[in-house]
Design a protein around this ligand. Structure first.
Ligand code: NDP
Length: 273
């Protein structure tokens, strides 16, 4: 029987996950379907229960349900515990396993697709929300020389630094004013078309500026470019986190490069991502 998977969100119509997983399934010959489910804002758990009853084997979870998915899982991976949020669910005979593949997706995109080794680098992470928190553990695993978390609300950055330890520095945006090798924008500023109040001194010609946001150029990327940095958006992260989820469900690693290339081509041809 064909195995069923889905992504739950609200809204969900914009999601590229069905396209990405359909491409992975074709490429690897897996007998599965993957659909987008609009869960009511106050009905996430009920929607998931219905899907499981209808034979669902696993799911991705996106905004605004990642914390609810964390609570719903009766077992969680260490990286989900670290992230405090779940973006991937596995339904099995023991119940619901919650995992978080966002941080692994970020690191895979940086190291495999963008050839940006993190070991020994000075990394500035902007933001202290869910995406930033999910990235910290996988970034630390790569042993950067330094990891600085800058956030608008400094206390949230400090709370993350305390949670993870390992000599992470927390500060406000104005205190991050020295050069970094890698600057990752994990704030939601780009979603609103805004630029985090960042010193241009964080960028040099050797800096990679990475915005987790994807689908359009952002004020952060334009600002970084205008100060000489190389830039990348989060489309590769989106595909890599999906590949990691696919591997959890199916035990097969898809080749992400052609899927990223095809999504970039769609964007060039004017489709919104
Ligand atoms: P959250 O709402 O959890 O976090 C928002 C963060 O952004 C907070 O640190 C907040 O600061 C900060 N922020 C919001 N607005 C501004 C602003 N105008 N200037 C400066 N800082 C601001 O969001 P997420 O962590 O879930 O998502 C963050 C980004 O990551 C989004 O763009 C999202 O699309 C992207 N993302 C991409 C993924 C991918 O696969 N490529 C996966 C997951 C997320 P404060 O604490 O002060 O409120």
């Amino acid at each position: 029987m064909t195995d069923r998977y889905a992504v739950f969100g609200h809204p969900i119509a914009h999601s590229k996950s069905p396209l990405i997983h359909a491409a992975f399934a074709r490429q690897t010959g897996q007998d599965m379907t993957y659909e987008a489910i609009l869960a009511p804002k106050d009905g996430f758990a009920g929607s998931v229960a219905q899907f499981i009853a209808a034979g669902g084997r696993g799911a991705n979870v996106t905004v605004p349900f990642k914390e609810q998915a964390f609570a719903l899982a009766n077992r969680r991976s260490p990286r989900a515990e670290h992230a405090g949020a779940v973006n991937t669910l596995v339904f099995d005979s023991c119940g619901i396993l919650g995992d978080n593949t966002d941080g692994a997706g970020l690191v895979a995109d940086l190291s495999h697709n963008l050839n940006c080794a993190i070991a020994g680098k000075r990394v500035l992470l902007l933001g202290a929300g869910g995406a930033a928190r999910g990235g910290i553990g996988p970034l630390l695993d790569q042993q950067p020389a330094a990891l600085v978390i800058a956030n608008r609300t400094i206390s949230r950055a400090q709370a993350l630094a305390e949670l993870f330890g390992h000599g992470i520095t927390a500060c406000g945006f104005n205190a991050a004013n020295m050069p970094f090798d890698l600057v990752i924008n994990a704030t939601a500023a780009s979603l609103a078309g805004e630029l985090p109040p960042l010193s241009p001194r964080v960028f040099t010609a050797d800096t990679l500026a990475y915005d987790m946001m994807y689908g359009r150029d952002t004020p952060f990327l334009a600002f970084a470019r205008s100060h000489g940095a190389a830039t990348a958006d989060g489309l590769g992260m989106l595909v890599e986190q999906a590949a990691e989820a696919f591997y959890l469900w199916r035990g097969v690693r898809p080749d992400t490069a052609p899927v990223i290339a095809s999504l970039r081509q769609d964007r060039l041809e004017g489709e919104s991502l």
